[in-house]
Ligand binder design. Sequence first.
Ligand SMILES: [Zn+2]
Length: 410
Amino acid sequence: MTERLYYADPYRTHFRARLVEAQPTGDRLAVVLDRSAFYPTGGGQPHDIGTLAGYPVLEVVERADSAIVHMLPAGSVLPEGELEGVIDWPRRFDHMQQHTGQHILSQALVQLFQADTVGFHLSQSYSTIDLNRNDLGEEEIARGEALANQIVFEDRPVSWRWVNAEEARQLPLRKPPAVHDHIRIVHIEGFDWSACGGTHVARTGAVGIIKVTHVERRGAETRLTFLCGGRALQHYTALHTLTSRMARQLTVAVEELPEVVQRLQDEARRERKAREQLQGALIEHEAAALMSQALQIGTVRVIAQRLTGRAPQEVRQLASRITAHPGSVVLFGLAPGSEVEPAGRSKGQLFFARAENVTGDMRALLQEVCREVGGSGGGSSTMAQGGCDATRLTEALERAQTLLRQWLAS
Ligand SMILES: [Zn+2]
């Protein structure tokens, strides 16, 4: 069992220790010392990094026999006797801020709402706690956050000591300890008592600030994502940069952004509506022009036209505008516009439609034409749509007219 130096002093970054074992495992060397200041992954907190005898410590894990195993690159050559360990302080301190912040936030939510923390995870860029309630609203979370920050600003001492099971029972622990004896208690003066083996700051002021950034309901639980200290500052800086840039782009003050965005949205909506109206008028105009060129076949007016580079939705709109007139049939072939079509692909589309009072099945007509020119399609008896090679569109339209003539004659 390794003596854990971080228990007594989490601020200790340098230590000397004796080598107990060094085992090559895969591409790593697993090193055990008689004592270590390296925190191994556990209790929701990731491991420390740093150096051992000058070699980088890649990972630190706890073995079943309670030994702390330091993973070094394979081929590391350790000296005889004592070696020096150095903890990466920015990462350790960041973990201390997040972990202490978690104790404070969890206790604040217990005191205000009896919401117990049932899960904690400290990841590379954010931390989460899972609460055993799913009915806390925005306002409650904000009150919890405010109380937590009040405790931070009061700069209360944080201390740790070992107790036995009997002593632990006398303390108002936030949750029952995972071990039964020799229990490590982390105490935030007058506020929170927790059984915890992690690393914490010595005074709450060092947590800096606690900010909840996301709330997510998960069944009967709620997951809060939060940032403390340096992470909260980074987040604030990123948001400040972002909002300032947006405000500069729109030449307004940051505070005016919501109002300006709303105005831009309203404007865009009005313009979209105006464009749709104009488009409608254009389609109307185009429909009238096409109808003036209609072929009269018996009692039916046939509008056969090859179009290029139009949006299919617009072509359908044009077709229905024309077939709203009794006695009309539309045969459209749509060739892709050269500038919009990806190289090597040239697919044409066919749109056949008829007015309600014209007899004949447009889907059957389309399928018959497609059989002859190669292609496929479907739809209803009044409106059918399909595709064929763009080079055969003209042939398809001619074929459709011939078939239509035969149908109407029979
Ligand atoms: Zn802790």
